[in-house]
Design a protein around this ligand. Structure first.
Ligand code: NAD
Ligand code: ZN
Length: 358
């Protein structure tokens, strides 16, 4: 096929308090006594009011996940093996958290029906079977993981998603009240992931009317929240939740660019988290995205954000080389950003100088 025929999330419910409809939404999907598994970010482990609203029945189970590290292939395999050993099969998997939990839930749900290790499926269209029923309930807005056809995992050799038509959630629950208490810095960094998706999509060579329509709306909402409002309010949670969705839709039909390609290198070698890493990199990309970077500087200033600096100060040559290889391996991102002859523009030496600035 010449054009991408990509899947969208078939069902989405939106609204403040829509979380309380989960019970009704999942009931018809229950298969006998096979349980629903709720993967919940452990930041909520003490939040009784939220936990009480999770509609557990029969053998349903909450598994708390620590997201200090972003999801790993080994972690996904281990969770899948444990679920298979305990229950054989499950009715579905429900993720409640930020992008890390979205990806973890997608991946575990897929690995319930695909043999072997998730490492084998890091890449494009490698999965052989649809996963079990999967629901995404974001508590942090920006990554677009709730809408995308990938589940990003760090494996022994690479940080790369399980990209496939099977990966998209079956159901998403967008309840902006769930993002209300996210810490300011985290909200900023994950929000900037969204802003950067838009800038990279809108300034890329892959741009088309489909991506443009979503990207422009998303960028407008990011700027409304991070530049034009004087304080965070309910409307900010609502706008950023929809910005995340639209940003994800924009890159679905285009691609991300320089910040993501460079940030993947940081993530792989230094474990830098996605939103933070993108922000660290984007700060230095005035050559590629002058208008976007200028506004980014305004947003950093306005929200009084301390961007980590000198994170590569103690990197060895070997580490720099690994970062460079990981980054230059993301060919579609570079091609989107710099065109077909991107290899003439972004050389290993130039990329090294860029990393050295960070
Ligand atoms: P995250 O999920 O890693 O969470 C960051 C921190 O915020 C964690 O400490 C978490 O406990 C906390 N948190 C989450 N919700 C909270 C809330 N409501 N209140 C208080 N604390 C809360 O952060 P993220 O930026 O949303 O996700 C990053 C991950 O998403 C990375 O693993 C990245 O690779 C992935 N990602 C995936 C896609 C995709 O399309 N699949 C796209 C972009 C990024
Ligand atoms: Zn991103």
């Amino acid at each position: 096929m010449k054009f991408r025929n990509f899947p969208m999330v078939p069902r989405v419910i939106y609204g403040r308090g829509s979380f309380d409809d989960v019970s009704e939404i999942i009931a018809p999907k229950r298969k006998g006594d096979a349980p629903f598994i709720f993967f919940v970010d452990d930041v909520f482990a003490q939040q009784e009011t939220l936990l009480r609203r999770i509609p557990l029945q029969q053998k349903d189970k909450i598994i708390f996940i620590n997201t200090t590290d972003e999801p790993k292939t080994k972690q996904v395999d281990r969770l899948r093996d444990a679920l298979k050993a305990e229950f054989g099969t499950v009715s579905g998997v429900i993720g409640i958290g930020g992008g890390s939990i979205m990806d973890l839930a997608k991946a575990v749900g897929l690995m319930m029906t695909n043999e072997g290790s998730s490492v084998q499926y890091q890449g494009w269209d490698l999965l052989k079977a649809p996963g079990v029923y999967r629901v995404g309930i974001p508590t942090l807005s920006g990554t677009g993981a709730e809408v995308s056809r990938t589940a990003v995992l760090t494996g022994p050799e690479k940080k790369l998603g399980l990209n496939s038509d099977y990966t998209t959630f079956d159901q998403v629950v967008l309840d902006p009240s769930l993002t209300k208490n996210a810490p300011k810095n985290q909200r900023f960094f994950t929000g900037m992931d969204c802003y950067i998706h838009c800038v990279e999509s809108l300034n890329g060579t892959y741009l088309n009317a489909f991506s443009k329509s979503y990207g422009e709306k998303s960028q407008e909402m990011c700027e409304q929240v991070f530049l034009h409002k004087s304080a965070w309010d309910d409307e900010s949670d609502e706008a950023l939740m929809m910005a995340s969705w639209h940003g994800g839709m924009s890159i679905a039909y285009s691609q991300v660019g320089v910040a993501h390609a460079v940030s993947y290198g940081l993530a792989f070698v230094l474990g830098t988290h996605h939103g933070v890493g993108n922000s660290i990199v984007f700060n230095y990309l005035e050559e590629y995205y002058p208008a976007g970077v200028e506004k980014f500087h305004d947003m950093v200033h306005k929200w009084n954000i301390d961007l980590p600096r000198n994170i590569c100060a103690h990197c060895t040559d070997e580490q720099f080389n690994t970062m460079i290889n990981v980054s230059l391996g993301m060919a579609p991102l570079w091609e989107n950003a710099l065109g077909k002859n991107w290899r003439d523009v972004m050389t290993a030496a130039k990329l090294r100088r860029l990393y050295e600035r960070m």
